[in-house]
Design a binder for this molecule. Sequence first.
Ligand SMILES: Cc1cc2nc3c(=O)[nH]c(=O)nc-3n(C[C@H](O)[C@H](O)[C@H](O)COP(=O)(O)O)c2cc1C
Length: 346
Amino acid sequence: MRPAAAIPAAPVSAPPVFDPERPWLAPLAGYSDLPFRLLCREYGAAVCETEMISAKGLLYETKRTYELLRTTPEDSPLVVQIFGGDPDSVKTAAVALRGAGYRYIDFNAGCSVRKVARQGAGAALLGDAALFMRIAKALIKAVKDEAGTTPGMVGFKLRLGVARGREVLPDLALALEDAGADWITLHPRYAKDGFSGAADWDEIGRLAERVSIPVIGSGDLFTATDGINLISTSDASTVMYARGALYNPDIFNEHKNLLTGRTANEPDKNALAKIIRRHIELARIHGPEKRAFVKTRSLIPRYVRAFPGAASLRGRLCEVPDWDALNELLYDFFRGAPDESEERTG
Ligand SMILES: Cc1cc2nc3c(=O)[nH]c(=O)nc-3n(C[C@H](O)[C@H](O)[C@H](O)COP(=O)(O)O)c2cc1C
């Protein structure tokens, strides 16, 4: 196995926390980049995961892979998510990550997109428990065996199995716990089902009863009320918001508010304008210029989808060539919002 390239050093991250009052931001390929993680942290996310990163990709010095690892001291606690289909590359990648200072690793065994499945990685591994456990043991050893440094932690993100009738729980989770896993995240659907049907939250409860390590619940958490309901019915250690956070990064604060007896916020154009402005600011500070612009522009329709004028805004966004024009367009869109007199952000 080719040795991993030298990964740029990471700032020290605090360890992840497992607390029902402290929800996580889920790994979101294409979305949970540094600007979005920082935004979610400002809105109450307790722990954030990177987008999934290919273990093999980490073995080569690719600019794109390093971009996925970009972080800052404020981006803490940070969990790096990796995927891979063979013990050697996963182990080598984990050693390289540890060497660069990334201590908290989540292993993706839940993704069923073709690019990942083709490598026998992600949820495809749920169909080969023996291989999965070889990879898991190699990863755990690589992350935890680094002498003289703060111990690392390793989590595993699972689905129920490849397909109905081929369930892997609780046995696989118990084997991972025995091997030294620190937490398990369960998105209770079968790999074959993608995102169709409903996530079976009862499975999260059943798993939490069987293992002693924290279980994080994921799946169909579109609002903070969903997250609270999952926690109260399942005994999950905490939840991770995915699509719910993409629609509304304030979901994390709402989660905490609901737990302290406050009511959920009504959709508010003023609050949304503030979120978008901040996302743009963070993208401008932390993103590679051209790519950050195109990406940030593409995120806006999702934020505004529930507000009048969203469809026409979507059309006009494609024509916007730069940050100034984007801010101008958004200023027009939000003109009716109560904070219209605020200075426009650059
Ligand atoms: C756009 C998108 C990208 C995702 N990327 C990842 C990923 O990189 N790694 C991963 O383990 N799960 C990924 N997921 C799955 C989510 O982390 C989460 O488990 C799933 O969306 C279920 O939660 P939700 O129904 O509340 O969205 C992704 C989901 C979406 C919608």
